[in-house]
Design a protein around this ligand. Sequence first.
Ligand SMILES: Cc1ncc(COP(=O)(O)O)c(C=O)c1O
Length: 390
Amino acid sequence: METWLERRADVRERRDLVRAAAPDRPVESGAVLDLASNDYLGLSRDPRVTVAAVDAVQRYGSGARASRVVNGTLAVHAALEEQLCQLTGAESALAFSSGYLANLGVLGALGGPGTLLILDAHVHASLLDAARLSRSPVVMVPHGDLGDVATALKNRTQPRAVVVVESLYSVLGDGANLTELAALCAHYDAWLLVDEAHGIGVAGAGRGAVHAAGLAGAGQVVLTVTLSKALGAQGGAVLGSRALREHLVNTARPFIFDTALAPAAAAAAAMAAQIIAAEPALAARLQENAATLARLCGIERSPGAVQSIPMASAEQAVSAAAALRAAGVLVGCFRPPSVPDGVSRLRITARADLTQQDMDYAAGLLRTVARAHRADPSEHNGSGRNRTVI
Ligand SMILES: Cc1ncc(COP(=O)(O)O)c(C=O)c1O
């Protein structure tokens, strides 16, 4: 067994696909400018959020101590779910321990042999895993292809269907056409599941892309969110009708067989949701900074916080990220299997709390480093619409 592990490690090494889960090291040259994390609004260190977390620990303890359906449901969970409804306009919400588990929970509960799942080729790994675990028949459609979604819905033999997309995609940063997708789902009597991990706090003045599309509370639309990005905490939630919530409480295995979300995370996320709803200027600042960063870097702007720069190879991506790091700028380095289209990339995330000076400095470096390592678009075969690695 040991030799097999060594051989696998060898292959990763040779392909420049080694990942590390090491604590962040300080960069020798001074302060680190973080363009890699998902704390889009800077709320993870906002004193209102951290104080809410500390208060919750003092009040309820460090853990929830039991599943929500035993005696782990606390007032902070109800408060969080209420704040998420107020923010997004959803009828009801159910908190999970992570966004990953929220996705497993909702697709497990809606899926099964009688439910066709239609997945956009670029959806997050948690949705792919959720689809597999649900034991549903699955159709994977090319990224953003509404025609293929319509065909799959029209030709289905199953009584139920769920179309699964992200509002803003996590690696490439582009958005789904929610208005048309919701219309298709209404027409063919299907659910539209929108993962708003990168939309909540970012799109629609912070209320999310579903709200911005005028679909808040729409019967056929179900949302999942993570509490770990713009909300600066930890955890996830499913938002939809009261009937859906009731169904999840009774059937979603990652809800029933999991200890409830930790009180500190629930309280922090509830406070963050309240702040986002009350201060739309925060999301507006993030949007301005994303536009400025993309312009200064000379790249096409994506609609959310995530901006993506294709690299010539995994090796080039690693060395570009290392060069940036040495100069004090942290960026995401995404390589297979974390990229849906097989193209290694630098992923830079804008934040509301970046200064003009931060952005000028980062963009100057990014332009130089990216030029040296960037992919030649003519070398990419295909449009990247099909997933190459699952
Ligand atoms: C689109 C998407 N969905 C779900 C998740 C999982 O969320 P969490 O980190 O809360 O498990 C992520 C996180 O990376 C994501 O990007």
